[in-house]
Design a protein around this ligand. Sequence first.
Ligand code: PLP
Length: 284
Amino acid sequence: MSRVAYVDGVYRRHRDAAVHIEDRGYQFADGVYEVIAVRGGKLIDEVLHLVRLRRSLGELRIAGALADAPLKVVMREVVRRNGVVNGIVYLQITRGTAPRDHGFPKAARPILVVTAGCSRPANPKLVEEGISVITIPDIRWQRCDIKTIALVANVLGKQQAREAGAYEAWMVDAEGRVTEGTSTNAWIVTGDNLIVTRAADHSILDGVTRQALIAIIRREGYAFAERPFTVAEAKAAREAFLTSTTSDLLPIVAIDGQPIANGAPGLVSQKLRADYLAHVAEGG
Ligand code: PLP
């Protein structure tokens, strides 16, 4: 089956799909995106993704993008045309095409691109043995809460992690506190079993997986705090893990090469992963 992408109102063969060279996404990273998991043919936590999308568009003052109802139709059609049962939908909205000038163009209208692709479940080894992360300075801007396509700092961080043989890089603010991973949110479980993740202020992206997991944590009655934690606190923690749409929840067993606790995935992480996967199995 050949892949199909939706580009500005038209379904095209993926290999022929293209935007204008003066698309402001291409020239200024002036746009936003979402990645939504597809499991068993369903779009997981779609409403939370659409709420975040509207917020991102509002913060960038991009008006006139396709409304939720037709957008849902397009996403389902792209999923259907690509035969995706388990995978992801990627959607991107830029401010549009206009002669290059930093200020907002008067005439441009938003350009929507939607693609979908299949993916396999996480490598069982990552779940059973856990993953490692490195820590790096957070060199991003001050509005990381907006899901913009301006990801070059994240790209450099992920590459640094790969070159260090790690799954992810945790970014660290000027006070030595972890913000988040390059494409994931960061969590620890302290020695007295408190689950901790940074509050969703302007320094992190409020992950949809993060939001769904917080609802589960509250429902299950775990001790939980939204507050920053330092790299030192993370290294001394009982457990650590990360969350994202494409990674679900993965236990972290080493930070900067230093084992967390006994160096094996923690019990709370494993239970939360199972609870999160049950939430996904129910369709989110
Ligand atoms: N933080 C960053 C910087 C991200 O790019 C992502 C996902 O792309 C996340 C966190 C996790 O967000 P979500 O759970 O919505 O996938």
